[in-house]
Design a binder for this molecule. Sequence first.
Ligand code: SF4
Length: 501
Amino acid sequence: MLIIYPPLSKGCEPPAALPYLSAALTAHGHSCTICDMNIECLQHILHSTEGATDTWSSRAFKHLDNNLATLQDLDNYHNFDRYGRAVADINRVLEIAGMRLNLQLSLANYQDNEKSPLNSSDLRQAAKDFHANIFFPYFSEKLEELLQQEHHNHIGFSLSYLSQALCAFAMIGYLRVHHPDITIILGGGLVTTWLSKPGWHTPFADLVHHFVAGQGEKPLLRLLGTEQKMDHLRPSYAALRDNPYLAPGFILPYATSTGCFWKKCNFCPETSENNPYRQVPPTTTAADLMSLTKATKPILIHLLDNAISPSTLRALSEQPPGAPWYGFVRIDAHLADREFCRRLRASGCVMLKLGLESGDQKVLNSMNKGTDLRQASKVLENLHEAGIATYVYLLFGTPSETRKEAERTRSFVEKHHQAISFLNLAIFNLPISSDEIASLQVTDFYTGDLSMYRNFNHPLGWDRAEVRRYLHTTFKRSAKIAEILRKDPPIFTSNHAPFMK
Ligand code: SF4
């Protein structure tokens, strides 16, 4: 089987699903090739685009190799101006390449001005017009090369983000025309969301033979006629380790769990999709990470969990993985323990991502967040004191929020500005399968049958336009908040934040 990660997403680390799938298939006696087509296509387009139109673009083309090298050297992450210039200039080359085909192309996004990934008819059109895809010259040649090296009866695509969908379908379209006997399988986070939509019927029956929701190991093995015997297998990064990722070293992605052990926040797809929670036993995680660290020598470990469990954090603090690490955690009692935070730092924890969402207790309660603001203050203080950076996520425009509550969030952030290293500001989207839909007046949000969110009339009048205005004219204008926002790595945000000082 051949498994492909299609463009386009941030090319700073290997796609996590492929090393897991390849380990499972191989351990059960099947041959498996994995290909990160994302980083390969990105590098190809960067190096094959020519023709500057203005001074900035000329500089971007001229210094492309230097700029790519800048992102691969850790020292440059401590010089924010140099880092920012390199990112902006690399991005400029992609922008120019995209413009020629009416695309908005960037290091993190693929947006077609004529086709939407939220529309199944547009995805079908992308499959039909595969030769018009910007990456066609590269992916067609690469697919042929891979198929010549080994005959694959099955090709799987791992689709995590919307920004990958049009390119994935272009590749599928190519394969259906040139290799009609190959079985096409589509899985990944985005596909899991599609399949969780009430009344889902595939509009792609003639293009895709099998869809996989959630973890792919068991369904893929079944497709190959094998029952899964080994539950947890250590992922294998050998095939991806030496790809030219846009990072100052190899970043090792690892999931200590899938799903969420809390699964109660009513704005979250984990809750509405009711995804099962599975945790790798903490001792296994600790042993895996120690072994993988020895084998791959990562500069950073990225723990991919929606929320790393307290028991796993404890295991890591007792058995440090041997490389710096970061990930998402819930604001909980264990982090209110100052000693525990110090032990985490000693184990290599350099940054924790925290879904604070709001600085108003009533809003937190109404979203079932299970966070106590007094505890959140203590946690921020402890992490700051321990030397662990924090990436704090805020959510505005939830059904129980008004400007008054948003102002409380502003006060909370200002009060804790020294303990908040980075901030992510988002405006609430209502997941299509959320239970809250029953109590809200909803309308269609995006035009497209694959839309994952619904628009709603805010019950207290705090609608998206108002929220956006508030963020621009008030929240981001706060001097203390502006200072935090300025430190956010452009485009790569939390993926590169652990490297910043
Ligand atoms: S803790 Fe995070 S992942 Fe879990 S339900 Fe809440 S928002 Fe979702």
